[in-house]
Design a protein around this ligand. Structure first.
Ligand code: 13P
Length: 257
C-alpha cells in the first residue's frame, strides 16, 4: 500500500568523527530524493551534532541525538540534558535504544523519564521498544511490547503521544542481517497500534509514527515500508555509507503516494 508520509532516520551509533559526519551529509545531500511526506534524519554522536547541524543547513535533513538525560542539570557524569541539546539546536532524540537498555542499564522507567523530559523541552523523542530473541522464542513478544509501552509511555497525554515517534526494533534483527519479515514486522506494529488505541484512543493511535528498525537495507525497505502500520525506519548499518542510505531513501520514497 502507498503511504502519505514516512520518517526514515539513520542511527550512526558510535561511528563517525565530526569531519566524517560532515562528509557523509555533504554526499547524502547530492543524492537526496525530494518527495513530500518523506522526513529524513541522521543521529550522529553528541560530539558531531554541532558540525552535522551546520552541514544540513538548507536541506530537509534533520539532526537528532542518540540519547538525552531527564534531569535539568547536576551530577550525572557522561550524560547530556535536554537544555544542552536545545541550546545546541537539537530537537530530536532517540531514547531507550536496545543497546542503551542492554549495555547501559536503561529500564522502562528511565525511558519513561527521558521521554517526558524530552517532550517537556520541545524535543521530539524516538522512543525505542522491542523484544530479544529469547523473549520471541519464549512466546513473550506481545507481553514485552505491552510492558514497554505501558511503562515507557506512562503519564503521557494524547497530545504528547502524537509528538512521540516509536521505533519497534526487535533486538534479534539489529546488526545481525536478519530482518523481521514484512509480515512479522507488520504483526508487531499492528499490536503496538492496538495497544496505543487502548492507552490513548484511536484518533491519537492513528497519528503516531511507528518506525521499524533492524537490518533495514536498500533492497528490503520498500516492502517493509508498504506494510499498513509501518511509518518509517530507524536504520543503523545501512545509514553509514551516504550512497547506500540515499538508495535506501529513494527506494522508500517509492512507497509514498
Ligand atoms: P541495523 O540497521 O544495523 O540492524 O541497526 C538497527 C538499529 O539499531 C537502529 O537503531
Amino acid at each position: 500500500m502507498s503511504k502519505p508520509r514516512l520518517f526514515i532516520a539513520g542511527n550512526w551509533k558510535m561511528n563517525k568523527t565530526s569531519s566524517e559526519a560532515v562528509a557523509a551529509i555533504a554526499e547524502l545531500r547530492k543524492d537526496l530524493p525530494n518527495k513530500p511526506g518523506l522526513e529524513i534524519a541522521v543521529c550522529p554522536s553528541f560530539l558531531a551534532l554541532g558540525a552535522a547541524l551546520e552541514a544540513v543547513k538548507g536541506s530537509v535533513i534533520q539532526v537528532g541525538s542518540q540519547n538525552v538525560h531527564f534531569a535539568e542539570s547536576g551530577a550525572f557524569t557522561g550524560e547530556v540534558s535536554c537544555g544542552q541539546l536545545k541550546d545546541a539546536g537539537i530537537s530530536l532524540a532517540i531514547i531507550g535504544h536496545s543497546e542503551r537498555r542492554q549495555f547501559f542499564g536503561e529500564t522502562d522507567d528511565t525511558v519513561n523519564k527521558r521521554t517526558h523530559a524530552a517532550l517537556k523541552a520541545g524535543i521530539r523523542p524516538i522512543t525505542c521498544i522491542g523484544e530479544t530473541l529469547a523473549e520471541r522464542q519464549g512466546g513473550q513478544t506481545e507481553a514485552v511490547l505491552e510492558r514497554q509501552l505501558s511503562l515507557g509511555l506512562a503519564g503521557l497525554t494524547p497530545e504528547q503521544m502524537e509528538k512521540t515517534v516509536l521505533a519497534y526494533e526487535p533486538v534479534w534483527a539489529i546488526g545481525t542481517g536478519v530482518t523481521a519479515s514484512p509480515q512479522q514486522a507488520q504483526e508487531a506494529h499492528a499490536f503496538i497500534r492496538a495497544k496505543l488505541t487502548q492507552l490513548f484512543g484511536a484518533a491519537t493511535a492513528g497519528k503516531v509514527l511507528i518506525q521499524y528498525g533492524g537490518s533495514v537495507k536498500p533492497d528490503n525497505v520498500a516492502e517493509l515500508m508498504s506494510q499498513k502500520d509501518i511509518d518509517g525506519a530507524l536504520v543503523g548499518g545501512a545509514s553509514l555509507k551516504a550512497a547506500e542510505f540515499a538508495t535506501l531513501l529513494r527506494n522508500a520514497a517509492c512507497v509514498l503516494s
